[in-house]
Design a protein around this ligand. Structure first.
Ligand code: UDP
Ligand code: MG
Length: 311
């Protein structure tokens, strides 16, 4: 089992986190729940501080326990995490757990994740049991986001961030997704497999400050929408059809006005052509959009299916 931890400028938190994870793994090894070769993979996401030298020092102390991957530049949490997951796959890990570097993801939930894995779950989602530690703003926007994603047809697990266990099989399936616009919280639930949820209490950051300012959060949300759904494009077609419909109503209305004698000359033709033309233009853009949507889905080259078993 490997624990994958993406780190961006985490010099303040890293030593504490590393020690907590070492203790946790030690305890699990003693309970014979995981193999002796289990360890931690730290992914340095192009940090500008001393994060990498801390990882090197940790590796020097416990070479079989702490592993490190250094990305050449900052590619964001999702890409850093993916890099770590693929490294775990390369290490032949039978399962791996992704976790933040600030100990907000309670390491004690790992026990139950492993239990669920042993009971046959290939993916175990860590779900926070409440959002007490969040500001009302973050709570509100998060729930609005889950509702929007659901409406757009993307399956996400509410209140689950990237704290999860994935089996080797699930990792292999994930590795077949070649897209570069990564939104793991959407891809992982869409993989299928037997899943389970483990509830945990999300703490506060152990040290340092959040690496996810509002701007990054918004970009992330937009990424979630646009890397999964082509529904916004389909909405243009809908708006075009609506405009044309209004044009027809307008046409009838102007006819009535002309025949009942209170229409100014020229008003009717302008009103009708405005709605019809607008509608046709929107419809045309929408149709182009439908094709772009198809092209978009094709270029992702996602696997058509994933075989879970064959006998
Ligand atoms: N992170 C990363 N690259 C980035 C931003 C963040 O690898 O560009 C990592 C960060 O080191 C941490 C995790 O992603 O391990 C979650 O970030 P953070 O705790 O700052 O987010 P928050 O909990 O405030 O949403
Ligand atoms: Mg955090």
């Amino acid at each position: 089992m490997m624990i994958v931890v993406p780190c961006y400028n985490e010099e303040e938190a890293l030593a504490v986190t590393a020690e907590a994870l070492r203790a946790k793994l030690e305890e699990l090894k003693q309970g014979r729940l995981i193999q002796e070769t289990s360890g931690v993979i730290f992914v340095d996401d192009g940090s500008h501080d001393g994060t990498w030298s801390i990882i090197e020092r940790l590796h020097g102390q416990f070479p079989d326990l702490y592993h490190g991957v250094k990305l050449a530049h900052n590619r964001g949490h999702q890409n850093a995490l993916y890099a770590g997951l693929m490294q775990a796959l390369a290490y032949d890990a039978d399962a791996c757990i992704s976790m933040d570097a600030d100990l907000q993801d309670d390491p004690d939930a790992v026990d139950e994740m492993i239990r669920e894995y042993q009971n046959g779950a290939e993916i175990v989602f860590g779900v926070r049991d409440n959002r007490d530690t969040d500001t009302a703003f973050k709570r509100g926007t998060a729930h609005a986001f889950y509702a929007l994603m659901g409406w757009l047809g993307t399956e996400t697990v509410p209140d689950h961030a990237d704290y999860r266990l994935m089996s080797r099989e699930a990792l292999k399936a994930l590795s077949q997704y070649r897209e570069v616009n990564l939104f793991l919280r959407g891809i992982v639930p869409s993989l299928g497999f037997q899943t389970a949820k483990v509830y945990y209490k999300r703490g506060t950051r152990v040290a340092g400050e959040s690496k996810y300012p509002l701007k990054k959060m918004l970009t992330f949300a937009l990424e979630g929408v646009t890397s999964f759904s082509t529904k916004p494009l389909a909405m243009i077609t809908g708006m075009g059809a609506l405009s044309v419909l209004i044009g027809i109503v307008m046409f009838i209305y102007t006819l009535v006005s002309v025949f009942s004698g209170h229409a100014v000359a020229g008003w009717g033709s302008i009103m009708c052509s405005m709605w019809f033309l607008g509608g046709f233009v929107l419809l045309a853009i929408g149709i182009v959009g439908e094709y772009i949507g198809k092209i978009y889905l094709e270029v992702k080259q996602r696997p058509r299916y994933i075989v879970e078993k064959s006998i």
